[in-house]
Design a protein around this ligand. Structure first.
Ligand code: GAR
Length: 202
């Protein structure tokens, strides 16, 4: 069966990448296949996960390429060479310019560890998001999958799932609960949904 070609962009541990790989094996993702993983961090464990799954993986260094433009051009070249249909930001900790996002309009997904529009935008990433939720004292948080446009965490929402905050939560404990109860569920589901739409529109 024909599948949408997916690239996953990562920076760290890659548990969301793993959830996508596992969802391909379990059949939750049937309409797409991850054919490329790109990391902007040479030491990201996500690269090891890609290696273990037999998926092509690249490290693209912003430091070596010096400018945002050159960094993005290197990513674009890698994506276009492989005719990628769908790009998934899974813990990718670098903001992409409008030049990049406009080129792949409605073709880039991101997972964010809060219920947007709470605790999102510039400066809200990773553990910082959960610290902010605990500082504010909200009782419910969650995760959001959305399309990526030029506004950080500002694109159209595809899926959200709420997660309870419990007394005594630390940012680390909360991060793990949000991943387990929300991110690792709604990200693969959203990838399937959009990959299927891409195939249906061909
Ligand atoms: C995840 O919680 C993801 O939602 C978050 O970083 C973590 C990456 O974990 N992303 C952002 O905060 C983006 N603004 P992972 O590398 O184990 O998937």
């Amino acid at each position: 069966m024909l599948k949408a070609k997916i690239a996953v962009l990562v920076s760290g541990g890659g548990t969301n990448l793993q959830a996508i790989i596992d969802a391909q094996h379990s059949g939750v993702i049937r309409s797409g296949e991850v054919v490329l993983v790109i990391s902007n961090n040479a030491n990201a464990y996500a690269l090891t996960r890609a290696e273990n799954a037999g998926i092509e993986h690249l490290y693209i260094s912003k430091k070596e390429l010096k400018t945002q433009e050159a960094f993005e051009d290197a990513i674009i070249a890698a994506l276009e060479e492989r005719e990628i249909d769908l790009i998934v930001l899974a813990g990718f900790m670098s903001i992409l310019s409008e030049r990049f996002t406009a080129r792949f309009d409605h073709r880039i997904l991101n997972v964010h560890p809060s219920l947007i529009p709470s605790f999102c935008g510039q400066g809200y990433y990773g553990l910082r998001v959960h610290e902010a939720a605990l500082e504010k004292g909200v009782k419910v948080t969650g995760a959001t999958v959305h399309f990526v446009n030029e506004i950080p965490d500002g694109g159209e929402i595809i899926a959200q799932k709420a997660v309870e905050i419990l007394d005594g939560d630390t940012p680390e404990v909360l991060q793990k609960r949000v991943m387990e109860q929300a991110e690792w569920i709604i990200l693969p589901q959203s990838v399937e949904k959009i990959a299927k739409q891409i195939l249906d529109n061909r």
